[in-house]
Design a protein around this ligand. Sequence first.
Ligand code: PEP
Ligand code: MN
Length: 337
Amino acid sequence: MIVIMRADATKEEILKLKGKIEMEDCRVSVVQGEKHCILGLVGDTTKIDPSKIEANEFVERVTKVQQPYKLANKLFHPHDTVIKVNDKTIGGDKLAVIAGPCSVESEEQIVEIAKTVKESGAGFLRGGAFKPRTSPYSFQGLKQQGLELLKIARQETGLPIVTEIMSADVIDEFERDVDIIQVGARNMQNFELLKQLGKTTKPILLKRGLSATIEELIMSAEYIMSEGNENVILCERGIRTFETYTRNTLDLSAIPAIKRLSHLPVIVDPSHAAGMWWMVEPLSKAAVAVGADGLIIEVHNDPENAKCDGQQSIKPERFDSLMKDLVVIANIGKKSV
Ligand code: PEP
Ligand code: MN
């Protein structure tokens, strides 16, 4: 349920109503919009009578929220969320581009890639240290050593680092060392992990599960937000369909859909969606054209010998020319690169 206050409602009136609702065991989040203040009611609202709230002359109207998610709901928070990461942002009018290898392999590799993607205009560096692999015999990542190498690359370039967490056991290290904590597709519904991440202060990049609906993705964001961390970035990375030509099917319609339902920023991962390097450029352009707030792209300086996902990684020179094309497309959507 949301309560929209009249534009002339005073601070005292807002606080009085908030206190009254909280006495009914509901949590109230107060969002100050440009004109109106909005009270979002979270929890069991069955005891609340909307007509009684509407009887207050400083209340404009009360609306019932149909969707099961509240904090992530656009109704609660009509303005799009812009997440600050050090001196950068995700959401709003600047396209956020995260680039880097699937996995961190060596200091030389990660530092070189970090430098080249930065030069091309990427704002963030990606690189997996803990890798979720389908086979237990595949390269599992450099783990803690990988985190140390990412920190070196950050020091060399100033790029904030984005890397995946697979277990809550390492949450303290991640909270201390990582700028954006990624939750991979396979862990989108690891609710215990999500709740723990909700207690941290770092932005969370939440990837859509392989077979998850848009609502399930937003509900997973709600898990994180309900624990206090409202800095969640959603990521469409392709879903399982009957099509086998591509690794997954990029659900581009999820972007405008999520942007209508939620205020959270949404980015697209064309690399894991397609699974083929030559599709990354056209899919990136399409994602920006449908309104994505950013991209996460796998870039490798030696994809033929990559330890992971070389087939879907683009080389630095292709990334550079893609960034130039994205400037034009982002502009049409009133975004800058
Ligand atoms: C990744 O980004 O490295 C990754 C494993 O992605 P996903 O969780 O989307 O498969
Ligand atoms: Mn990968």
